[in-house]
Design a protein around this ligand. Structure first.
Ligand code: SF4
Ligand code: SF4
Length: 291
């Protein structure tokens, strides 16, 4: 599946210990998402802003936002109790790169907890401009949500993109987002970051285009591709989501071009634990009990 790239030992650690990058690791290692990033800089037509970003999560749940210092303190407590947590990720509830708090959190993490893998998900709009800082803070794994590689399709998926203080709409918005995403992915791969692509499967909108996306990102050298069925809400509330069989068939069509992630659990932006065995509810409850 996909282009075979030789990975160095540090990259192999970031694959083999990351539950989303390795099917084997998902039984042994866990991840901890830090909900420090509430703002977003684009509007996806399937997103209701009151909930977690679909970049890495299940729409319909809303995570409480933590300040960087609070989040890093919680990391210390969780790592003490649950040493199988190998990955610290920032996945929302908005777009991590649209929030300065993300970088402050990563800075503190590098000082206090340099060992765990650092991971982040984004819509990609600010990825090229953010990459230097992400490299400085040892972010080794990045997920980009890429729903189209053709702006004519992208413009049906995004209502607006905020760029340099202006709101772009229509084709212009889709073109800006796409060019930033492709540039960011290319730069990340060139800097040995392991890139995962999330693509939202929206029947009637991008379904006939998904194999093209898989081909393009496979050629670019991304590590894995994660197909996510749309949850019908906001402007796409009338869309019928793909069935599990349709999803599997689409993954099979994409698999000659790029490795497929087939075990995604659509985690919340405050998820803690092994995939499918989340423990954040008890951690947040005891956190509140102490207050
Ligand atoms: Fe919503 Fe995430 Fe899209 Fe922003 S990037 S509009 S938070 S789904
Ligand atoms: Fe991994 Fe999917 Fe959860 Fe993201 S949403 S942390 S890719 S299992």
């Amino acid at each position: 599946e996909g282009k075979e790239i030789p990975y160095d030992p540090e990259q192999l650690r970031k694959i083999n210990e990351h539950p989303c990058y390795s099917k084997e690791a998902c039984h042994k290692s866990g991840r901890m998402h830090l909900p420090v990033a509430p703002k977003c800089n684009i509007q996806c037509n399937y997103c209701v802003r009151d909930f977690d970003c679909v970049n890495e999560s299940r729409p319909g749940v809303c995570s409480e936002v933590l300040k960087p210092e609070e989040a890093v303190k919680l990391v210390g407590e969780v790592l003490d109790k649950y040493p199988y947590i190998k990955v610290i990720g920032i996945a929302g509830p908005g777009d991590p790169l649209a929030n300065e708090e993300t970088f402050e959190t990563l800075r503190l993490l590098k000082e206090e907890y340099p060992t765990p893998i650092k991971c982040l998900s984004t819509n990609g709009l600010l990825l090229p401009e953010s990459l230097d800082r992400l490299i400085e803070y040892d972010v080794g794994n990045i997920t980009v949500t890429l729903n189209a590689v053709d702006p004519a399709i992208g413009e049906k998926i995004y209502s607006f993109v905020e760029w340099e203080g202006k709101k772009l709409h229509g084709r212009e918005a889709a073109e800006k987002l796409l060019s930033q995403q492709l540039k960011g992915i290319e730069m990340a791969v060139a800097n040995k970051i392991l890139v995962k692509i999330n693509t939202v499967f929206i029947p009637g909108v991008n379904d006939h285009h998904i194999v093209d996306i898989a081909k393009k990102v496979g050629e670019m050298g991304v590590f894995t591709f994660n197909l996510i069925p749309v949850i019908p809400q906001y402007k796409f509330s009338d869309v019928t989501p793909p069935t599990p069989k349709e999803k599997r068939e689409m993954q099979d069509k994409c698999s000659p071009f790029v490795r497929q992630m087939r075990h995604c659990q659509r985690c919340r932006s405050d998820a803690i634990g092994k995939l499918g065995e989340d423990i954040q509810d008890c951690i947040y409850q005891s956190r509140h009990a102490e207050e």
